[in-house]
Ligand binder design. Structure first.
Ligand code: ADP
Ligand code: MG
Length: 325
């Protein structure tokens, strides 16, 4: 079973940022209100995620480290209405197969601490009953030297971690996030549900002053977000963030739709900063396309694209009528 976990780890945990993603998504799925991420040496020495979520009952904690053990979908038809970020039950076994993991968790009653080395349980003991979960991952990829060699420089790996936490914070403004790397705070959000505050924490207040609200809805489809005025652009599409039902996604047609909303107001090779939250009926999307779940299939993509492009077009037209607004 450990070999199968290491093979799955090849897909799920490509690099330290993927570990951060999986652990934080688990914390989000557990209804946490606060998630604190601590990194040492770009995640190779330590990745720690502390949450105040629902925790795991001591009787279930070993099960959580078994492959395809998920508490999130009970039957096959649940796959078509996934609301949680996780559902494949691959992250914990994959991560623990390529590192040393200590998890301390409590549902608020008794607490438990388990330690895994290279996928094997080495210790289980009672722990404090603080509601929530702490996962510490040490010596990542110590037993997969090829994986270690393939990693980029510590600075690049750290920036990938930072981008990942930023995206997760943008997807969940109602959760207070912090990211500390080698003792330095890289992000802190309030958790008060204010998307603009999260944008300010990531991009700075000066950028935020050049963003405008866009909002539109149609039947059971809703979009809401902030996009930059045409004077604030970037040379890369990477500043266009799409969040579908609380999940950060990559989607070329919808990214195009954001750009189309600007029409001729963007110069060639320039792109806006944008964050668009899209909310649709989960039955209309298929998230089970890729292990990292960043690619999804959406059944009415063109309608969503149209709504986004039109909302941006209208907002920009109004801004032109009122020059100082
Ligand atoms: P998945 O998220 O796909 O269900 P994981 O391997 O990531 O699979 O996690 C396995 C199970 O462990 C989850 O279904 C959940 O029940 C439990 N779990 C993991 N992390 C947490 C956490 N931070 N808080 C509460 N439960 C957790
Ligand atoms: Mg998970």
């Amino acid at each position: 079973p450990i070999l199968a976990d290491q093979i799955a780890a090849g897909e799920v945990v490509e690099r330290p940022a993927s570990v951060v993603k999986e652990l934080v998504e688990n914390a989000i799925d557990a209804d946490s209100t606060e998630i604190d991420v601590t990194i040492e040496d770009a995640g190779l020495k330590l990745i720690r995620v502390v949450d105040d979520g629902n925790g795991i009952d001591p009787s279930q904690v070993q099960t959580a480290f078994l492959r395809h053990a998920t508490s999130k979908i009970a039957e096959q038809r649940d796959l078509f209405r996934v609301r949680t970020l996780g559902f494949r039950g691959e992250a914990l076994p994959s991560i623990s197969s390529v590192s040393n993991v200590v998890m301390k968790t409590s549902t608020g009653k008794t607490g438990v601490e388990v330690s895994y080395k290279g996928g094997k349980l080495v210790d289980q003991k009672a722990a404090e009953a603080r509601k929530g979960t702490t996962v510490e991952v040490r010596s990542l990829f110590y037993n997969t030297p090829a994986r270690l060699k393939y990693l980029s420089s510590p600075n690049t790996e750290l920036s990938k971690i930072s981008d990942m936490v930023n995206r997760l914070a943008l997807s969940h403004p109602e959760i207070a996030f912090s990211l500390v790397s080698n003792g330095r705070e890289l992000l802190r959000t309030s958790g008060r549900g204010d998307l603009l505050q999260v944008l300010g924490a990531i991009y700075g207040v000066k950028t935020v002053s050049k963003l405008a609200l866009v909002k539109a809805s149609e039947l059971d489809l809703k979009i809401k977000g902030y996009v930059s005025l045409p004077e604030l652009t970037r040379s890369s599409r990477n500043y266009i963030s799409l969040i579908l039902n609380g999940r950060f996604i990559r989607n070329y047609p919808l990214t195009r739709a954001v750009i189309e909303g600007y029409g001729s107001k963007l110069m060639i090779g320039r792109f806006p900063i944008a964050v668009i939250q899209i909310d649709v009926d989960p039955a209309l999307i298929d998230v089970n396309v890729h292990p990292t779940k960043q690619e999804v299939r959406i059944s009415d993509e063109p309608a969503i694209g149209k709504l986004i492009a039109e909302a941006i077009r209208e907002m920009l037209a109004q801004k032109q009528l009122i020059p100082d607004a």
